[in-house]
Design a protein. Structure first.
Length: 152
């Protein structure tokens, strides 16, 4: 039996649940556990209003199940807003219950409500499960542009 959950935009009032999930997300990507770093990073995002964070909570217990975090950007050519879907994480014990899909829908609805022209994301080529989820939600692999990065 799957539990029901709800999605809502996160705020500083949700910092404990958000930071626990964010710390788990960082560990998934090979970082050492550091709750205090996760909390400080998210507090800074809330204080500066420079991201949109949506959280999934279990309906009965209120336990945090996952999150999606978007960062604003702009398309100079189109002169319109875009959002970078930078982070998506669902706690391991609740995966395959529709939480990730619901978080992606919340991100899509939010981006549309801001008049954005698109959501963009990237993931590891080896992350087949995430890629399958994104593609099943309508995301298309970009075959036109090559991504470069400069580490500082």
């Amino acid at each position: 039996m799957t539990s029901t959950f709800q999605i809502r935009r996160g705020s500083e009032a949700d910092i404990r649940s958000a930071a626990e999930l964010f710390d788990g997300y960082r560990q998934f990507y090979g970082q050492l556990a550091d709750y205090l770093l996760a909390e400080a990073f998210l507090r800074d995002r809330f204080a500066n209003n420079d991201s949109a964070l949506f959280l999934a909570f279990e309906s009965q217990s209120g336990k945090g199940l996952g999150f999606v975090q978007l960062y604003p950007s702009l398309s100079s050519v189109a002169a319109r807003r875009i959002w970078i879907l930078n982070d998506l994480f669902v706690a391991p014990g609740v995966r395959r219950r529709g939480v990730g899909r619901a978080l992606l829908q919340a991100a899509r609805d939010f981006a549309a409500s801001t008049g954005a022209m698109r959501l963009v994301l990237s993931t590891a080529a080896t992350n087949r499960e995430a890629r399958a989820l994104y593609e099943s939600c309508g995301y298309k692999k970009d075959d036109v542009f090559v991504v470069y990065k400069l580490e500082l």
